[in-house]
Design a protein around this ligand. Structure first.
Ligand code: PGA
Length: 264
C-alpha cells in the first residue's frame, strides 16, 4: 500500500512574512490532526525563503523541498543553486521538470534528466514532473508525450534509486486554470505512467512508485482524485498558498477521511 504524498508548490509567490505565516499555520493545523501521520506532506517555497520555512517547520513532520536545482556541484553558474546548497538549508525534495520550467523556461528532457541524476547522487528526492500540453491532449498524443518524458527524464536511473523518486503527472492544461482532469483521466494517465515505469524498472518498482496528480487540485476535488487506485497524492500549486485549502487537500487524501476533530 503506497502512502499518499501531498506536496505544495508555492511557485514564485509569497514574501518573507507570508512564507513564515503559511509554514507556521500549516504546522499548527496539521498538529491538530490525529490522522496526519497517514500522509506525507511537504512544501516547496521559493529558494530565498527555504531557510526561514525550514526554521518555521522545525519539530513538524512537514518536509521541505525546492522548486528546481542545477546539475553541477559548484562553480561559475551565475544564478543557479546546487544540490549541496539545498541540503545545507534542510531540503529533502526537489521538484524537477515542472511544466513551467519545461515550457516557460525552455528546459529539455536532457537537462531535466541531468537534474534528476544530480539530485539522486546527492541523496535528495526528486519530484519528477510530466504532463502534456492542451494541443497534445486534443490530438491524442498524451501517452506518447508522457512516455518520452519518462524514458528520457529517468534515463540512467537505477531501479534502486527509483525508491527516492515521486512522479507528478500534471496535465499542463489543468495547471492554474481551474480545469481539473476527471478522476478517470487522472487514473488512466497514472496507469499508463506506471506501465512505462514497469517496462523500464520492473514490477516491484512500478508497484512502489508514488504518482501524484497535479493541476487545479482543491479541497472539493481532492478526495475523488485520491480515491483512484493509482493516484498516490497531489502536487498542489494555488491551493497550497492557503492553510485551510492545503489542509483540506491533505485530509482528502487520507483514505476514509479524517476521523479526528481537526478543522477539516
Ligand atoms: P495548480 O498548480 O494547483 O495551481 O494548478 C499545480 C502545479 O503547477 O504544480
Amino acid at each position: 500500500m503506497r502512502k499518499k504524498f501531498v506536496a505544495g508548490n508555492w511557485k514564485m509567490n509569497m514574501d518573507a512574512a507570508g512564507a513564515k505565516a503559511l509554514a507556521i499555520g500549516l504546522k499548527e493545523e496539521l498538529a491538530k490532526c490525529q490522522d496526519a501521520a497517514k500522509v506525507d506532506v511537504a512544501v516547496c517555497p521559493p529558494f530565498v525563503y527555504l531557510p526561514l520555512v525550514a526554521e518555521a517547520l522545525a519539530g513538524s513532520n512537514i518536509g521541505l523541498g525546492a522548486q528546481d536545482v542545477y546539475t553541477e556541484a559548484n562553480g561559475a553558474f551565475t544564478g543557479e543553486i546546487s544540490v549541496d546548497m539545498l541540503k545545507d538549508v534542510g531540503c529533502q525534495f526537489v521538484i524537477i521538470g515542472h511544466s513551467e520550467r519545461r515550457h516557460v523556461l525552455g528546459e529539455s528532457n536532457e537537462l531535466i534528466n541531468k537534474k534528476v541524476i544530480a539530485t539522486l547522487a546527492a541523496d535528495l528526492e526528486p519530484i519528477f514532473c510530466i504532463g502534456e500540453l492542451l494541443e497534445e491532449s486534443e490530438s491524442n498524443k498524451t501517452e506518447a508525450v508522457l512516455e518520452m518524458q519518462i524514458r528520457k527524464g529517468l534515463e540512467n536511473v537505477t531501479a534502486g534509486q527509483m525508491a527516492k523518486i515521486t512522479i507528478a503527472y500534471e496535465p499542463v492544461w489543468a495547471i492554474g486554470t481551474g480545469k481539473t482532469a476527471s478522476e478517470q483521466q487522472a487514473q488512466d494517465a497514472h496507469v499508463f505512467t506506471r506501465s512505462i515505469v514497469k517496462d523500464m524498472f520492473g514490477d516491484d518498482v512500478a508497484a512502489a512508485v508514488r504518482i501524484q496528480y497535479g493541476g487545479s487540485v482543491k479541497p472539493a476535488n481532492a478526495k475523488g482524485l485520491m480515491t483512484q487506485s493509482d493516484v498516490d497524492g497531489a502536487l498542489v500549486g494555488g491551493a497550497a498558498l492557503n492553510v485551510e485549502d492545503f489542509i483540506g487537500i491533505i485530509q482528502g487524501s487520507i483514505s476514509r477521511g479524517c476521523g479526528c476533530n481537526c478543522k477539516c
